[in-house]
Design a binder for this molecule. Structure first.
Ligand code: FEO
Length: 402
């Protein structure tokens, strides 16, 4: 299936309704995804990005139905990750000499992936490629989210092809943002930002500033995953600017792992205490062993503060708690507070370990945490309730902002 966006641009990508895990097992895609490839027809014909390798044959075959492959003058590789470059080997067998426009870093990563001596044409920010009446302007976007990442902008049509940036994993029968469920779209966008782009927020903020400074009018933003931003397309750019700036909502998330429910009972008492002290705050609880890792990270991204709990086991903590802490360390959250909790039977160093890992992950750990011996009794649970209330009081950031 292809889709005509306008007289110049056609979508020639692939909607992947089945995918539920992306990046190997790293990223959950509850709503599927799409690999968007765009064909731009002016006096010259350019193809922007391809699709993931499992769909390479189908992609090349359908592309051949859309345009005589030999008539493609230029290939633009905005990003070398295999979900966008995976069909290049198959395509290049059909049109081997076609120039591939990409960044210098993309030559390294494309060569590293495919070990082919293709006709690479290195471009830098500000370089232009004439298609006849219209031009493609290249904008390097390193670390959004790989060193090779790049945007390109089509003059005349006023369309930004942003690759992963402003994208989201969402398979839809629709093509545009004004046609899909806004809540689902927002959820997939924030999840994408939280899980993929959080570590690169400084680069995101700088790139947005630079792009806005170019004063290029934007009628549409065409990312390489999900739907196209047609209605108020810059809304997602504004949203990215907010997310890049130590984003937090009035939310506290409680994440725990538990063996015999002692730490779960603590988590629930902590949550009740938080609510009692601040009825306006959103409190969410997740068992890290049972919840979806990427969904939990999205809630962490939304939070102004988090509590992380695990019982002590073998002088350490449970593996699901350790895994989510490791994930948070990699993402490097900023401007968020945290504390630890957990039950123990004898050695009891779990909360110290959690506090240390929270620190390493960039959180401001605001106290030593709370622990209970064995199964918490009413007195212990009351202690957790009070700890939660005090934690909420120390996180009244909305009041600070008044
Ligand atoms: Fe959608 Fe970074 O690949």
């Amino acid at each position: 299936m292809s889709f005509t966006i306008n007289e110049t641009i056609s979508w020639v990508g692939k909607k992947d309704w089945e995918i539920r895990k992306f990046h190997g097992e790293e990223y959950s895609t509850h709503r599927g995804s799409s690999y968007n490839s765009y064909l731009v027809r002016d006096e010259k014909i350019a193809l922007i990005d391809t699709v993931w390798a499992p769909f390479a044959d189908e992609f090349v075959s359908r592309l051949g139905d859309e345009v005589e492959l030999g008539k493609i003058d230029y290939i633009i590789a905005n990003h070398a990750e295999p979900d966008h470059s995976g069909a290049l080997p198959e395509l290049m067998k059909a049109i081997p000499g076609t120039p591939i426009y990409c960044t210098a870093n993309a030559v390294k990563s494309l060569t590293g992936h495919y070990h082919q001596d293709w006709n690479f044409q290195i471009v830098k920010s500000g370089d232009r490629l004439s298609l006849g009446g219209k031009e493609l302007i290249f904008i390097e976007a390193p670390m959004l989210h790989w060193p090779d990442s790049m945007f390109c902008y089509l003059t005349g049509e006023q369309v930004l092809f942003s690759n992963d940036a402003f994208g989201h994993h969402l398979a839809s029968e629709h093509m545009y943002n004004d046609q899909v469920d806004r809540c689902e779209l927002y959820q997939e966008c924030i999840k994408y930002y939280a899980n993929i782009l959080t570590p690169f927020s400084r680069q995101v903020a700088r790139k947005i500033e630079e792009f806005v400074g170019l004063n290029l009018p934007v009628k549409m933003i065409c990312p390489s995953h999900g739907i196209i931003w047609r209605e108020d397309p810059l809304q997602i750019v504004t949203q990215y600017a907010a997310w890049a700036n130590e984003y937090r909502e009035n939310q506290i998330t409680v994440i725990y792992d538990t063996m015999w429910d002692s730490t779960r009972k603590m988590a629930e008492a902590l949550a009740a205490g938080i609510r009692s002290a601040d009825p306006a705050v959103t409190v969410k609880l997740y068992n890290a062993g049972r919840g979806d890792k990427n969904d939990i990270i999205t809630e962490v991204f939304r939070s102004k503060a988090i509590l992380v709990g695990s019982p002590t086991i073998n002088r350490g903590i449970l593996s699901a708690a350790a895994a989510i802490l490791e994930e948070m360390k990699g993402l490097g959250f900023k401007g968020k507070k945290a504390a630890a909790f957990g039950s123990y039977g004898w050695s009891g160093e779990g909360i110290k370990i959690i506090s240390s890992r929270l620190n390493e992950a960039g959180f401001e750990v605001i106290n030593e945490g709370v622990r209970t011996l064995w199964n918490p009794d009413d007195k212990s649970l009351d202690g957790c309730f009070k700890f939660g209330a005090s934690f909420a009081e120390q996180n009244f950031f909305q009041k600070e902002e008044e």
